[in-house]
Design a protein around this ligand. Sequence first.
Ligand code: ATP
Ligand code: MG
Length: 407
Amino acid sequence: MLFPDDDASAPSASPRILLFTGKGGVGKTTCAAATALRAARDGHKTLILSSDPAHSLADAVDEPLGPEPTEIVENLFAQEVDLYYSMKKYWGNMRELMLTVFRWQGVEQVAAEELAALPGMNEGSVLLWLEQAIREEDFDLIIVDSAPTGETLTLLTLPQVTQWWLSKAFPFQKLAVKSLGFGVRKTTGIPLDKGYEELERIFEKLETVRAVLSDHAITSIRLVMNPEKMVIAEARRAYTYLQLYGYGVDSVIVNRVLPEDQIPENSLFSGYLASQRQYMRDIENSFAPLPILTVPHLGEEVFGLERLTRIANGMYEDNDPVAVLHDEPTYEVQESGAGYKIRIRLPFVDEQEVEARQFGDQLVVQVANQRRNYALPNFLSYYTVRDTTLADGWLTVHFDEDDREAA
Ligand SMILES: Nc1ncnc2c1ncn2[C@@H]1O[C@H](COP(=O)(O)OP(=O)(O)OP(=O)(O)O)[C@@H](O)[C@H]1O
Ligand SMILES: [Mg+2]
């Protein structure tokens, strides 16, 4: 793994965490809220946290929500994270520090206010709320309704990036902090070392959340998609990256599936049904052996607790939504000599039946008459497949640096 989970063991009392991600509009909020409701009714004290700055959780549950947890039914609390609220309430010193530094550099007041919300800070504030909820041990289950895939990957890689930042890029040694704080204080009159201490504490908290999020027994990621071409392509890429960073994806949710038996033959939707069948096979071929949960299209917009209950029943049937639905790595990228190797879990196949070929950023693995597509991490576009081997149920594909690119 590129970012090994350096055996950071999470606190044993940590609540269970489920994070829903997928392309924009696929039904993340709907599925997350439905899961939260079902879990709360099963007796788990649940917090659902919306991390998408364009919140729609309040619409889904059809209840007004705020930046602090609000109880909407017994055992179910919901919260829409607000960056400015979070900064004011919990990270005031750091905000002051950043504003001061920006103003000191001649940035206008209004622009400084805006700049004090740096890229990644929204994600950062979500992680800090998460850290607080974990630390306070008040909930059995925390569900994160996240922003579309790109932002979620920022959210999940942020702690790793900040860790690098902390150790390599920022002058954080106590001495430097003290003298820099003193220097700036003389100029601005503001006790800046306070802000730095806060920043350091924030990094520590991010590290705690990182450990909790990458512990597969605690955190499961559920990939939401629809039976549609672009959506599936994005989900495959997300899956690759999540595995690359060592996060545990425990299932795939295919939402808004048209129920075959309720569509009359030769109707407007017959063609859609035919492509839906094909896409369901594609999903199977891309994500097996992950469990695939299907949620029927309700034929109407989903909001309010009654409709969310129907979504949850379709999604989980008799399964326990809080359980880890699958925990077996299926895809790993490792450094290997001057190149890389990708390992793909392929139980029950013979070496003669397998062929792997690279097409740009896709790896196509043909197993007998079945074809599976895997999205490759971008950097592997500069590498080519050298050979493949199959042993103990794992297909290993070796990549060497592309000679043409190197030349
Ligand atoms: N199974 C379903 N049947 C019918 N409508 C659905 C279903 N699932 C979701 N919808 C509707 O699709 C729309 C988008 O759903 P939702 O807001 O949950 O998606 P999202 O992935 O959270 O979107 P965003 O990326 O904007 O956060 C909503 O209007 C919702 O009511
Ligand atoms: Mg949403």
